[in-house]
Design a protein around this ligand. Structure first.
Ligand SMILES: Nc1nc2c(ncn2[C@@H]2O[C@H](COP(=O)(O)OP(=O)(O)O)[C@@H](O)[C@H]2O)c(=O)[nH]1
Ligand SMILES: [Mg+2]
Length: 456
């Protein structure tokens, strides 16, 4: 199936380990029919945690990609590791997405939002990427969505606003924008009227949402002040603009185990997440991840301009070599499906290329410059977690993998906004840009992961 740029969304799931990112990706695949049986992390059979190290430890070690086709929109979901030993892979993922979804647990709210959540927030802020929150495990015992929401508001202020909330009976979620409930039965979802038991609460939260959406533009604010209400189309417009500008941070409720809230969240991503920028200035791609394992060697490329098609030859700017492309694939975890093209904004895996993470590839003979690193990058600090200790002692891999190489360079993930503004200041039209190449790009997403232990 071929897509247009306007129908592509690239998001990453980040946040504290164990908060439910991999399970949410699995639920997204299940609810959209990409898989007919839902795997479980504890059983080692999820799409995204496929490496033996991951299945045995029941944690995500390297970023996996799950393309989710939701009503004609291709949502490339990048499921990132939660433990910061593997932060290199998280930073690589940030360079390929237009929005970061921080997954926070409705259970153990304080813990799940403190370390991992705050770090994720800092990374997204430095990358100037829009943020969404997903409060997971809403149906788990002691899971409390509203407590998590209050904690988020306390930490990040009034820009945080709920878009979906759980129904009081735990059977679904209420979409506050459209004022409907999504009641979940297995993979199926019924859209019904808001249950009477939740109606009063919903009214208050909708008023809050309207106010947040109104703040996105002056025009919407004026409309809002006239009637103290906004129409549905205006709320949507306000959310889209506000999210893109990081002036609104929406919060979604999910429970991956029961698939509650998953479809409503996919709808929200399709509706409010920015699509990649559509550029047609020759072919330009950025290698944000390289994997070499028993399943094959793949270079994961984000298409920044034009279209990458099978049979093309592209010039690797770093290596000054022109290479004929190997076979192209859409990857879903470890499963590869051959494709013949990838449109601007999409992510494609290209087999058997001698490329490295951080490389820029192009069809142009002109110089392609990479913007210099911004000084705003958060430098990931050393983080000693129990996992690291376990990992070191249990793994046959050299300990250097987790000690220094998972701490990437000081170069940042560069957001499209930064790229655009930098591109605008460049002197010649012929010069095109790609995200910054980290000073130690060869380490980005590499040595921290056994799955990508031969990553270059
Ligand atoms: N009850 C419940 N458990 C969940 C949910 N999401 C994840 N879990 C469990 O929480 C644990 C960690 O989930 P995982 O998806 O690996 O979290 P990640 O580290 O953020 O990717 C696993 O045992 C999951 O089965 C949820 O929505 N509800
Ligand atoms: Mg995971």
């Amino acid at each position: 199936m071929s897509y247009e740029t306007k129908n592509i969304r690239n998001i990453c799931l980040i946040g504290h380990g164990n908060n439910g990112k991999t399970s949410l990706a699995e639920s997204m695949l299940f609810c959209t029919g990409a898989i007919d049986r839902m795997g479980k992390v504890a059983e080692g059979n999820t799409v995204c945690d496929y490496d033996p190290e991951e299945t045995s430890r029941q944690i995500t070690i390297a970023t996996s990609i799950a393309p989710v086709n939701y009503n004609g929109v291709k949502i490339n979901v990048l499921d990132c590791p939660g433990y910061f030993d593997f932060v290199g892979d998280v930073l690589c993922a940030l360079r390929a997405v237009e929005c970061g979804v921080i997954v926070a647990s409705a259970k153990d709210t304080a813990e799940s939002l403190s370390v991992g959540g705050q770090r994720s927030w800092n990374y997204l802020k430095a990358a100037k990427l829009p943020v969404m929150f997903c409060v997971s495990k809403c149906n788990e015992e002691h899971g409390d969505y509203f407590k998590a929401l209050e904690t988020l508001k306390g930490k990040y202020g009034g820009i945080v606003c709920p878009v979906t909330i759980p129904t009081s009976d735990g059977k679904g979620v209420i979409d506050l924008v459209h004022n409907v409930a999504y009641i979940t039965k297995g993979a199926k979802v019924d859209k019904v009227a808001v249950p009477a038991a939740d109606a009063g609460h919903v009214e208050d939260l909708r008023a809050e949402l309207m106010e947040a959406a109104a703040g996105a533009t002056e025009e919407l604010m004026e409309k809002f002040f006239e009637t103290m209400e906004l129409e549905e189309a205006d709320i949507i417009e306000g959310l889209k603009v506000g999210i893109k500008e990081r002036a609104v941070v929406p919060v979604f409720a999910t429970d991956a185990m029961t698939n509650v809230g998953t479809v409503a969240m996919l709808q929200g991503i399709a509706d409010y997440c920015p699509a990649p920028e559509a550029k047609n200035d020759g072919v330009l791609g950025f290698v944000f991840k390289t994997v070499s394992d028993k399943f094959g060697k793949y270079s994961f490329v984000k298409v920044l301009s034009g279209k990458i098609a099978a049979g093309m030859s592209l010039r690797n700017v770093r290596a000054s070599s022109t290479d004929k492309l190997g076979r192209m694939y859409t990857m879903c975890g470890k499963k590869s499906t051959e494709v013949t093209e990838a449109c601007c904004g999409d992510i494609v895996a290209i087999g058997k290329m001698d490329w490295k993470t951080g490389d820029t590839v192009t069809d142009s003979k002109d110089d392609v410059t990479s913007p210099s690193p911004s000084s705003t990058t958060p430098r990931p600090t050393r983080w000693s977690s129990p996992v690291r200790a376990t990992f070191r002692s249990a793994s046959s891999a050299p300990s250097s993998r987790t000690s220094t190489t998972s701490t990437p360079s000081s170069s940042p993930p560069v957001s499209p906004t930064v790229r655009r503004s930098r591109a605008a200041s460049r002197p010649t039209a012929a010069t095109r840009s790609s995200p910054a190449v980290p000073a130690s790009s060869a380490t980005c997403g590499s040595a921290s992961s056994p799955r990508t232990s031969r990553t270059t």
